[in-house]
Design a protein around this ligand. Structure first.
Ligand code: SF4
Ligand code: SF4
Length: 74
């Protein structure tokens, strides 16, 4: 299985709590200001994502982060 973290930058408030909880360094502060005036988080390397869900659990903003599971990859 491959895990992909889906990010909705418009729901992100730029607190970066998710980045501090990710054990694989998949998330980092970005450089784009969203329509609400926050500098949203950025996905860096989803290939390293282990699907632990810590980022989603830590995020205070509903549906800013979602974990998707794709079919097995070769
Ligand atoms: S924890 Fe949620 S709101 Fe905070 S930076 Fe990460 S995605 Fe954005
Ligand atoms: S699911 Fe786990 S490994 Fe993947 S981005 Fe979130 S905290 Fe990092």
């Amino acid at each position: 299985m491959k895990h992909i973290v889906s990010l909705n930058t418009e729901r992100c408030k730029g607190c970066y709590v998710c980045a501090s909880h990710c054990p694989k360094g998949c998330l980092t502060p970005g450089s784009v200001i969203n329509n609400s005036g926050y500098i949203a988080i950025e996905r860096v390397e989803t290939a390293d994502c282990i699907g632990c869900g810590l980022c989603v659990l830590a995020c205070p903003e509903p549906r800013a982060l979602t974990i998707l599971v794709s079919k097995e990859v070769s």
